[in-house]
Design a protein around this ligand. Sequence first.
Ligand code: HEC
Length: 175
Amino acid sequence: MKRLIVLGIAVSVILVAAFAGITVYDEYMRFGRMWETPAIRPHETPLLVMGKESIPVDGGEAVLRARGAENLETPDRDRSMKRVFAGKAAYTRYCIHCHGKDLEGHGTVGQSFSAPAMDLKSPQIQDQKDGLLFSSISYGKNRMPTLATTVSVSERWDVIVYLRAAAANQTLAGR
Ligand code: HEC
């Protein structure tokens, strides 16, 4: 019985000592356990101030569409070879797999369409105004996919300049 009491006291002393040790460690030591962590609350640091003109207030796809893209004109008169080649580069990136390297509509992908992708040099296309071509490229037509979110506005105009030049000058088509 006596042994049991001694054992009980010993265990109690050990537990109290351990508790005291942990408390002292937490309260007074530099690296206490993480009972409290610095809370980073929203908006404690001032928000970054946005530079002027960060948010566009005009232009954009919705405006183009609302204005009736088919009524648009190519917005500048630049028909230089530099522009034509920029258009060709965009054509090569975005259109060639359907409309083909000679614009005739027999690209690897285009020929599997029924009806196949258009011959872009044909009068049927070339007789259309720039705005109408812009609209077909941007918002699709029949099976022609919508490319407004893929091809930038300026690249679309570049491509149209290239299509005109390539129809007028066969050597520009092809590679
Ligand atoms: C995924 C294949 C595909 C891609 C990519 C594609 N086209 Fe087409 N396009 C077609 C098909 C198919 C048609 C025929 C649409 C129809 O009448 O069904 C077509 C039709 C057209 C037309 C004629 C629309 C009309 O008046 O009937 C134009 C112009 C045109 N594409 C331009 C382009 C240009 C420029 C690009 C690149 C920026 C491009 N396409 C990319 C498949 C494609």
